[in-house]
Design a protein around this ligand. Structure first.
Ligand code: GDP
Length: 198
């Protein structure tokens, strides 16, 4: 499976709009501005697949990207943006939670966190939802290029200690693509492994 073949398919505002096919899915979630769009663009080798947001917090929908009519990459709305009204935050939270906990096609869920700062309360809430999902969790720690090499292990340890997720952790640098090969390999394996088992 070639992630470079990913194409936008549909923006879903509710579960009714989710594609009704059994293809395996990998979903991506994180605080808005964490670097989720940059990560999606990097792993698919495309400049504009996911929009890099100039106005964070605006994307309310779940975006499905079709990979060769065999799998979906699923971009969940970013959370934690302070200026979004509370009712809307609750609506997104319900949409994300129900997706993570009920979507049968979901094989792996990728939580993106900013390696520079301890994970937020919302990141920890998301990690807890991951525990209740059938999907394999994977954590991607973004913006590692903004730290010195020497600082990375201490920051990564803080991320692991706060999230309490026993899963693979990938340190990612959008600028030079470090961490890309590992992420692509893991995501492809999740999508193909599950495909072969069915
Ligand atoms: P999203 O809201 O999570 O989709 O975040 P974006 O991908 O739009 O990124 C938010 C901002 O962070 C943009 O200005 C990006 O250029 C920047 N950014 C994203 N990833 C990285 C990274 O790994 N390193 C650095 N230095 N900047 C990044």
């Amino acid at each position: 499976m070639n992630l470079n073949k990913a194409r936008f398919e549909i923006s879903a505002a509710s579960a009714r709009d989710f594609p009704n096919v059994p293809w395996p899915e990998v979903a991506f979630v994180g605080r808005s501005n964490v670097g989720k769009s940059s990560f999606l663009n990097t792993i698919t080798g495309q400049k504009k697949l996911a929009k890099i947001s100039s106005t964070p917090g605006r994307t309310r929908t779940i975006n499905f990207f079709n990979v060769e009519d065999k799998a979906h990459l699923v971009d969940l709305p970013g959370y934690g943006y302070a200026k979004v009204p509370k009712a809307m935050k609750e609506q997104w939270a319900r949409l994300i939670e129900s997706y993570l906990q009920t979507r049968e096609q979901l094989k792996a869920a990728i939580l993106l966190v900013d390696i520079r700062h301890p994970p937020t309360k919302d990141d920890v809430l998301m990690a807890n939802w991951f525990q209740h999902s059938r999907a394999q969790p994977i954590v991607v720690a973004t913006k590692a290029d903004k730290l010195s090499r020497g600082q990375i292990p201490r920051h990564l340890a803080q991320v692991k200690k706060t999230l309490q997720l026993d899963c693979p952790y990938i340190v990612f640098f959008a600028r030079d693509g470090e961490g890309k090969a590992e992420a692509v390999r893991m995501i492809t394996e999740m999508l193909q492994g599950s495909g072969a088992a069915q």
